[in-house]
Design a protein around this ligand. Sequence first.
Ligand code: SAM
Length: 245
Amino acid sequence: MPVTKYNIVKSSKAVKTPAYVKEIYGKIYENEKLSRFLDDERIVSLMTWGFQKRLVDDLVKEISTNSKVLQLGCTFGKQIEAVAEKIGAYGKYVIEDVCPQQLDRCRSKEIYQKISFRSHNAARSWTEKYDVVICYMLLHELPPTTKTKVINNALNSVEEGGKVIFVDYHNPSKWNLLRYLIKPFNRLYQPFAESMWKRDIETYAKDKECFLWRKKTYGGKMYQKLVAVRQIPNYEKPKAKDSFY
Ligand SMILES: C[S@@+](CC[C@H](N)C(=O)[O-])C[C@H]1O[C@@H](n2cnc3c(N)ncnc32)[C@H](O)[C@@H]1O
């Protein structure tokens, strides 16, 4: 179905790019040419061993039309467009990033509805609440303290019934041969990625019990989608014998 395209961008004062972004990923994120090359869906698909489409499709399924959505970090490929299309013209889509070059790259993307781009470090808390918070392939880039802050800030920004969707690396099965290829690559180029193998995302949550956690893995457990839905406080599921029938 054709959708009206109008692109209203909200600008904000740029935040300082953290050292880990500059030192480790800066060569990519601060390089406009390289970023635009990596923005190609076919390249992203290659880099994710063909799983990008499934991951994005499964992310989009979690989001309802007209919702108010916050995304932490810009991404390559069609992920942003897919989410924007699902939210529709009457929802709200906010994307925050610490890297001005990445915000600029995504501003120029073809988008289907109003997106607000903000310069903000997700490790610093915010007060606004959302129906959905997306954390797509961000956690594996973060040092431990930042990761804890980002996860808890994301969880704190949804109210009852709201959800946080984490899509990221997972500890691949022992029989997954890619495991042995990825390990040296991660150690060389993505120093914080292996922490995703060693510790489950929910163990970083300060109020883990306030959420219902649901996980799905992909590609021999190489990737995961973890959804945390905030529960209604003191809500007890009715027991079978309490049922009217
Ligand atoms: C979300 S990941 C996505 C990259 C991934 N390879 C992809 O496209 O699937 C990378 C983005 O997160 C941003 N980022 C890193 N740390 C951040 C933080 N603390 N707060 C907000 N954005 C952050 C980076 O500047 C970068 O644009």
